[in-house]
Design a protein around this ligand. Sequence first.
Ligand code: HGA
Length: 609
Amino acid sequence: MCGIVGAIADRDVVPVLIDGLKRLEYRGYDSAGIAVVDGDDVRRVRRTGRVAEMEAAAAQEGFNATLGIGHTRWATHGGVTETNAHPHVSHGVALVHNGIIENHEQQREKLRAMGYEFESQTDTEVIAHLIHSFLAQGADLLSAVQQAVRELHGAYALAVVSRKEPGRMIAARMGCPLLVGLGDGENFVASDVSAIVQATRRVIFLEEGDTADVTRASVAVYDGNGEAVQRDVHISDVSLASLELGPYRHFMQKEIHEQPRAVGDTIEAVMDNGAFSASLFGEGAADVLRDVEGVQILACGTSYYAGLTARYWIESIAKIPCSVEIASEYRYRDAVANPKNLVVTISQSGETLDTMEALKYAKSLGHAKTLSICNVPESAIPRASRLVYYTRAGAEIGVASTKAFTTQLVALFTLTCTIAKLRGVLDDATEASYLDALRQLPGSVQHALNLEPQIVAWSERFAPKQHALFLGRGVHYPIALEGALKLKEISYIHAEAYPAGELKHGPLALVDEAMPVVVIAPNDALLEKVKSNIQEVRARGGEMFVFADADSQFGESEQVHVIRTPRHVGVLSPIVHAIPVQLLAYHAALARGTDVDKPRNLAKSVTVE
Ligand code: HGA
């Protein structure tokens, strides 16, 4: 969601802001803007559309300054217009905001009564006027921001500058990510490190309620009570290569093809260890995991489907109950907590607001056994969790998650086996066979990627369709769900997934020759059942696209097309079968000419409700 970058230096910061916004564009891309402090003036340029359009406008107007802030927007309050784009300005104070201010209407009324006029429909503009109202009472910029945020309900990450104080930039965070980058005689703020990695790798992650007073030569951080605090300095290991497209056409394509490496990196610790071990999940993990009575998984979107897949593993291998719930539902219902259960949150960014709030709610109900599976070190969710397993997918830029999903599955399988072992229900021979399956997984994923030419041929038949059905059974049903999600989010073809056994209870009514039906059907205990379901579709004239594996015998016909992964990989089969459905969605989207990495209305790192 919205991306923030700010810089203060003794060089022109405009290229830093523009470059940073381009790297943050995956977080939001409906409009972009920058504001710079130039002499005793604040100048801004904003444009709807992509950063490149705003960049051209800034170049035309000759923007050049040593202090500035920038923003890419994903609108929540107010349409996609230039007046709603950030930065918002009030009497020489400019700010950029990520988040939602829930009491913006009350604040707006109060500020209107004080004489402030509003030009936008955003919740953000109230913050600019509120800060100015405190400056007008004599506060300096830091104190004005600190007083203003105390009046706000909701979530925010802010970067603020003022023409009256051209030597400083104030940052503040509550509920949305924000970090300070430490340079040499120059400093930065950003939503994530990718925006500033070309300038510095030394970063301070602001904590909830923090404000930071950033000058060229210093950074002072204050907690929510206004007390000066020391926050650790981290050295980011984000690689520049992971942020570049390289020879690929899209980040999604690159990230799909990185999966053998991503999966290999994620299992490395298990392989080095030579066994499933609680130590993989952090200090004291054995004590936390040993006696768990059940697992409650909380997540959103693709991560939720990873959780649904894990439920099959956890109940069959670790032999404890597992429930999986969408985080935004769990956080608002009266849940009954069993503190002996393990709460597992899954989030690629580690900043997903709904998941974070669900975790806080679970903790408030007495859940102390918490574990997060995340891809971004030092992000908010792992910091709020007792245990963590970091997937090592590397930066995921494409809005549609791919390598994060498969690596989450690896982490969840590792967790399953670890709990099973601690509970004494995983014998040595089975452990060895699972370790071997994991060891072979990068190769199996590569074999699935090699199916791409056949999938390209299928995708051309998909491109003209309006709707598609995805079917799976058992542990492959969540893969059908993920396939349908991928297809709809990037190709805009309406797609739904059903457990294959549900077909006759309703969705079969939709099947005709215009409705392609994708079936995930590797050889497992339910294969014969799936085959019967395929016959039911065939009898109604439906055209089927079946992803099978070497062991599942299928008769092909004009109506039934089959692509086989070259080997049957047993328990890890859902991970391998995630690959062809990703490729199908990618190539269908390409054939339809959509913006694959930046699908309409979406954004990455969902930091608003
Ligand atoms: N509420 C603000 C910022 C939106 C945001 O953070 N999106 O991720 C707006 O609508 O401009």
